[in-house]
Ligand binder design. Structure first.
Ligand code: GDP
Ligand code: MG
Length: 297
């Protein structure tokens, strides 16, 4: 059970049928170094997608651009096959001049759109491989303040190309009040700059439980997350994934401690199909239309 992800619990029967044939899901993580991207990916998928962190030897050039690193795993749960890919972007925001940090990421997302477009234009279109990025988790520093210019610039460049899911990183370093305040400030900034983040659709024709679950997810955006590779002992003696402090234990999987569970639910269970649909029907379609127009087609 160590590699259980949970995607095969997709709520909708119709979706489940198509899911049996197998599908791809690609998530990207972006944010400054040290904000816990690699740790969160491990915490989310538990599949040990990531190699242990490589510390560069002294004097080794860490590179002068943002790297794009992609790792995949084939996972099967309840007879549903998923090819999960995680795209990491080390180097973002790490340079003296970060004005163009967003560019390699936009290029990568567009290259994936182009690869899909190229397949659609082929005569045999039966087996399209979907390597498009379906979700981009953007890590915001837990300062308690509003967004930084680099955050705003990145989101403004990316919001028409990818489903943006902002998270407040390392939420265990903030007090509860600071988390509430940070969320309010981040949402106000996002609205002020006209940034469109991924909005889970409001359900109407679903059962009461689904509607409530959906509303709870929406209410947590931007998710305040905590990641951990460690098992620690909680006050009542249970072994939990979390981070231990002199004053207590922060449990990753405890909804009273952080929003990790809600983020995970949205990504791999309740909204995986919507993220894929929105990518295909809106983001990719707009890209494709613009591209064909520019080519004079
Ligand atoms: P990345 O550079 O964004 O990939 O960050 P890493 O995942 O490598 O984490 C950087 C450091 O922060 C490591 O020492 C982690 O143990 C620690 N870390 C990761 N997630 C959290 C978190 O949620 N809270 C706290 N306090 N530390 C974290
Ligand atoms: Mg990392």
């Amino acid at each position: 059970l160590a590699s259980w992800v949970g995607f095969s619990n997709l709520p909708n029967q119709v979706h489940r049928r198509s899911m049996r044939r197998g599908f791809n899901f690609t998530a990207m993580v972006v944010g400054e170094s040290g904000l816990g991207k690699s740790t969160l990916i491990n915490t989310l998928f538990e599949t040990k997608l990531y190699e242990p962190k490589q510390i560069p030897a002294p004097g080794v050039d860490r590179g002068r651009t943002v790297q794009i690193e992609s790792i995949s795993a084939d996972i099967e749960e309840n007879g549903v096959r998923l090819k999960l890919t995680v795209v990491d972007t080390p180097g973002f925001g790490d340079f003296v001049n970060n004005d163009e940090s967003w560019r390699p990421i936009v290029d990568n997302i567009e290259a994936r759109f182009d690869a899909y477009l190229e397949q659609e234009n082929r005569v045999n279109r039966l087996k399209l491989v979907d390597n498009r990025v379906h979700a981009c988790i953007y890590f915001i520093q837990p300062t308690g303040h509003s967004l930084k210019p680099i955050d705003i610039e990145f989101m403004r460049r990316l919001h028409t190309k990818v489903n943006l899911i902002p998270v407040i990183a390392k939420a265990d370093t903030l007090t509860e009040e600071e988390v509430v305040l940070s969320k309010r400030r981040v949402l106000a900034d996002i609205a002020h700059h006209g940034i469109r983040i991924f909005q889970p659709p409001q359900y109407e024709n679903e059962d009461e439980e689904t509607i409530q679950e959906n509303e709870e997810i929406i209410s947590k955006v931007p998710f305040a997350v905590v990641g951990s590779d460690n098992i620690v002992r909680s006050p009542n003696g249970r072994e939990v994934r979390g981070r231990a402090y002199p004053w207590g234990v922060i449990e990753v999987d405890n909804e009273e401690h952080c929003d990790f569970v809600k983020l995970r639910q949205m990504l791999v269970r309740t909204h995986m199909e919507e993220l894929r649909e929105h990518t295909n029907d809106i983001l990719y379609e707009n890209y494709r239309t613009d591209k064909l127009k520019a080519m004079g087609v």
